[in-house]
Design a protein around this ligand. Structure first.
Ligand code: FES
Length: 107
């Protein structure tokens, strides 16, 4: 199972082994990790699963859809070059070890 490290805005980190195929958002929500909300349950329609992906992992991510790109223009915290919606990133063996930083706020 791919390991994901979630680091919240205060710098506290949580490591989880996520079932392959689940999304980074689902991993956080199902395990009570605060900082990622996922209000639309992964339909790419709320942007409350906004995250900052550690730079070292950016190149391994699936390409961003037009819809995700548009939603990222409407995040509660500042959009950065490494911003993604965590509901659009599936945990795969390729992403084993990925580090996700949570933004200050989601709403
Ligand atoms: S959970 Fe709503 S956009 Fe990701």
């Amino acid at each position: 199972m791919p390991r994901v490290t979630y680091i919240d805005f205060q710098g506290e980190s949580t490591q989880l082994d996520i079932t392959e195929g689940m999304t980074i958002m689902q991993g956080a929500v199902m395990n009570g990790v605060e900082g990622i909300e996922g209000e639309c349950s992964g339909s790419c329609a709320c942007a409350t699963c906004h995250c900052y992906v550690d730079e070292a992992w950016l190149a391994k991510l699936p390409e961003m859809s037009e819809n995700e790109d548009e939603m990222l223009d409407d995040t509660a915290s500042e959009r950065k070059a490494n911003s993604r919606l965590s509901c659009q990133i599936k945990a795969t063996a390729d992403l084993d070890g990925i580090v996700i930083h949570m933004p200050e706020e989601q709403e």
